[in-house]
Ligand binder design. Structure first.
Ligand code: CS2
Length: 457
């Protein structure tokens, strides 16, 4: 991509890209990272002092490198609002595929100030209780001390081990996935990995010295399709092999443990706070919980996109009631969050007519998403004696969705796909201990609610 050939009106990096030092290693440079954190790093670089460019590392597939390396890491971000806008993002300066050049990844980890990650819920290899799953095939593999790891946790543990052996301080690690207490979980998982590998001293050093702040990320990012490629080419005047798109809204709330990186983050509009938990919980339970509900119920009703599902008045009204009456009471928002206004803003974002956000994209990985989006809210509601009738609907709809896919021979995108495809009926699904905590699965009130919702769908 030649920046001088970009059409007028398209924003391009205004800073000295060649001179920008790489200081961030990012694992998982999918569309979400490139539409969200990479935009913030681009802003930081434009704001000046104390900012770093990114080395983006794909853990498995070479697709991102194949698309972006010939473009020198540059790509277009399309912002989807009534007035669309296009911006060339310059913050990614190196694109690596870990299995192809593992030593180059280690070299970046040796000099990194910050490591960030978007590897989705399943990329953390956690048990339903939130600890490292030592039986996970990727963790089992990485504990055999292979030449290079395959899991995020394995990469972080080996990278930190090399830093310790070289007498360096740990890098800072910032999780950017939709999990409650994402930094806490990742930090404990990496230390647990080190202990399981037999290196207690490393585990203690990580627990003592390494910092894993929590963060809440938010921006609706539909997957890239050919329509986007064509629109970008028409608007920008250049072909981009892998542009990305998102809504205009974006938010990054980070636990304020960034040390001397804080000013650059603040300058780019990141919210730094002592306690991310209230933000995380509200976003995961309200936005992502509503998203998953729209996805499973919406797909059963024949809708394809979030905006279509929101145009279904019955479904939109159901989701609104679910958010206000069933999810909101489980939040502890504090003075910084006006919950009714937050719900209204989320529903307006879902209605954005400029976005084509496929329900099938949201429906992926339900076994990983439902526990943090719906089941924890459900457990709180049961404990407080509130009704769980509506909260059972997305769970029952997920079961129906899986059954329908399995019997129609459609693909199920989920780490538990093989197992899920064989399940039929509520009882068989509820027996999935990797999804449903035992006490919840055994709760007669909730079982009854799921049975009733399943029968009604
Ligand atoms: C969505 C999220 O795909 C999904 O499961 O719920 O990606 C959602 O769009 C983002 O979390 C919004 O910040």
């Amino acid at each position: 991509m030649t920046l001088s050939q970009v059409a007028q009106g398209v924003e391009v990096p205004s800073y000295d890209r060649a001179g920008a030092p790489i200081g961030v290693v990012h694992f998982g440079p999918g569309a979400f990272h490139r539409a969200h954190q990479a935009w913030y790093f681009d802003k930081m670089l434009a704001a000046g002092a104390g900012a770093f460019a990114v080395a983006a590392v794909s853990l498995r597939s070479g697709g991102v490198r194949a698309a972006l390396a010939p473009q020198d890491g540059l790509y277009v971000l399309a912002t989807r609002e009534a007035q669309p806008s296009f911006r060339v993002i310059g913050s990614i300066k190196a694109v690596l595929t870990a299995p192809e050049t593992p030593e180059a990844v280690f070299a970046q980890l040796m000099s990194a100030r910050l490591v960030t990650a978007t590897v989705t819920e399943k990329g953390y290899c956690l048990t339903p209780a939130g600890g490292l799953d030592l039986a996970h095939p990727d963790i089992v593999h990485d504990l055999t001390r292979p030449p290079f790891p395959v899991s995020l946790v394995g990469w972080l543990a080996q990278g930190l081990a090399r830093r310790r052996d070289a007498g360096l301080a740990p890098f800072l690690t910032l999780s950017c996935d939709n999990l409650p207490d994402n930094g806490g979980k990742l930090g404990r998982a990496v230390a647990a990995f080190a202990r399981a590998s037999g290196d207690d001293a490393l585990a203690d050093w990580i627990a003592r010295e390494a910092v894993f702040p929590c963060s809440m990320v938010d921006s609706i990012t539909p997957a890239t399709d050919d329509a986007l490629r064509d629109q970008v080419e028409a608007a920008v005047g250049l072909f981009d092999a892998w542009p990305v798109q998102r809504e205009g809204f974006l938010q990054w709330v980070v636990e304020d443990r960034l040390g001397d990186l804080s000013p650059a983050f603040a300058a780019a509009g990141v919210t730094l706070t002592a306690d991310v938990a209230a933000f995380e919980r509200a976003k995961l339970r309200l936005l992502n919980g509503a998203h998953s509900t729209l996805a499973y119920v919406g797909l059963l009703k024949g809708h394809e996109t979030v905006a279509q599902a929101m145009a279904d008045r019955e479904l939109a009204a159901f989701v609104e009631t679910l958010m206000a009456d069933d999810i909101a009471p489980s939040l502890d928002p504090g003075p910084d969050l006006d919950v009714p206004a937050y719900i209204a803003a989320i529903l307006a974002r879902f209605r954005n007519p400029a976005i084509v956000h496929r329900l099938s994209q949201i429906a992926w990985d339900g076994s990983q998403k439902l526990p943090v989006r719906i089941l924890q809210t459900t457990a709180d509601a049961l404990a407080a004696g509130r009704s769980v009738a509506r909260l059972a609907v997305p769970v029952a709809a997920w079961m129906r969705f899986i059954e329908r896919r399995a019997s129609g021979g459609g693909e199920i995108v989920d780490p538990l796909a093989g197992d899920l495809a064989r399940r039929r009926g509520v009882a068989e699904f509820l027996a999935l201990s990797r999804v449903f905590p035992r006490d919840l699965a055994a709760n007669p009130v909730w079982r009854g609610a799921v049975e009733a919702a399943y029968a009604a769908l």
